[in-house]
Design a protein around this ligand. Structure first.
Ligand code: CP
Ligand code: NVA
Length: 306
């Protein structure tokens, strides 16, 4: 089988993504019925974390166990990576010992270099630039609530961060639109986002305008991991980019609200919205488990019938 990685969203084609969403549905249904499914018996996942995590670690580790395999957690603090071992050497060595690797790190370049030296599939568990597993879960969640995302309108309010970039890539592959509103100075950089063009996104100065008519409104923390030194300044700059009931009020009446979590109530979103009836954040978090099981199955076994 050809070696495949999932380093950014556009590494999978539209057809492969549609297969993955259907496969996620099958795997999730089986899991909910307590039907064991162990296609990855004796396979090992290495999870390398250079940043904190709750959901990503849990969903990958639990998911691998549920598929019959095992998972090993590594972090920068107590591996040689934290003491300057070249990432290329780590890629060579780790990929001789396990069957699949997930990495959460800083620059995208780090995971690209690791993957270039890996004999096994590498999955991006978040970099400064992208968070593709989260967007898989978000789109699967959207499909569960509203059906196909094609032609739909997603509002992104806040920082043009890894989540925003990945939404923009997903819009190109799956043909939907993203309306972005960021504070001045935090605008989308199309090249950093890895976009082919600007056909699928539009920028709005006023976040209310970005939310108008949306099928999905979403946001994320004002300060991502790695940017903590800017926190104070960002608190001021982002103050008007808080998703509140007024913004949800101009979206479609059946629009859903998403947030990848962890969230800061009273900063990027009000408690009224994130804990309100349009919020699907708990489904979104749970679906990390199901989409990543489908993803690991696909990267290790290709398309399966059962
Ligand atoms: N959404 C997400 O990736 O959460 P964690 O940082 O807890 O993994
Ligand atoms: N944009 C956030 C997402 C956390 C899951 C960060 O990178 O910290």
């Amino acid at each position: 089988m050809m070696l495949r990685h999932f380093l950014q969203f556009k590494d999978l084609s539209r057809a492969e993504l549609l297969y993955l969403f259907e496969r996620t549905r099958v795997i999730k249904t089986r899991f909910k019925r307590y039907q064991p499914y162990h296609p990855l018996t004796d396979r090992t996942l290495a999870m390398i974390f250079e940043k904190s995590s709750t959901r990503t670690r849990l969903s990958f580790e639990a998911g691998m166990h549920q598929l019959g395999g095992s998972a090993i957690y590594l972090n920068t603090r107590d591996t040689q990576l934290g003491r300057g071992e070249p990432v290329e050497d780590a890629g060579e060595v780790i990929s001789r010992m396990v069957d699949i690797v997930m990495i959460r790190t800083f620059e995208q370049d780090i995971i690209e270099r690791f993957a270039a030296h890996s004999r096994v599939p590498v999955i991006n568990g978040l970099t400064n630039e992208y968070h593709p597993c989260q967007i898989l879960a978000d789109i699967f969640t959207f499909i569960e609530h509203h059906g196909s995302i094609q032609g739909k309108s997603v509002s992104w309010i806040g920082d043009s961060n890894n989540m925003c970039n990945t939404w923009l890539q997903a819009a190109e592959v799956l043909d939907f639109n993203v309306h972005v509103s960021t504070p001045p100075g935090y605008e989308v950089e199309p090249e950093r986002a890895g976009l082919y063009g600007t056909d699928h996104f539009e920028s709005f100065v006023d976040p209310m305008d970005a939310c108008r008519g949306a099928d999905l409104v979403t946001t994320d923390v004002w300060t991502s991991m790695g940017w903590e030194a800017e926190n104070e300044e960002r608190m001021k700059d982002f103050a008007d980019w808080q998703v509140d009931a007024e913004m949800m009020g101009v979206a479609k009446s059946d629009a859903v609200f998403m947030h990848c979590l962890p969230a800061h109530r009273g900063e990027e979103v009000t408690a009224e919205v994130i804990d309100g009836p349009q919020s699907v954040v708990w489904d979104e978090a749970e679906n990390r488990l199901h989409v990543q099981k489908a993803l690991m199955e696909f990267l290790l076994l290709g398309k399966v019938e059962s």
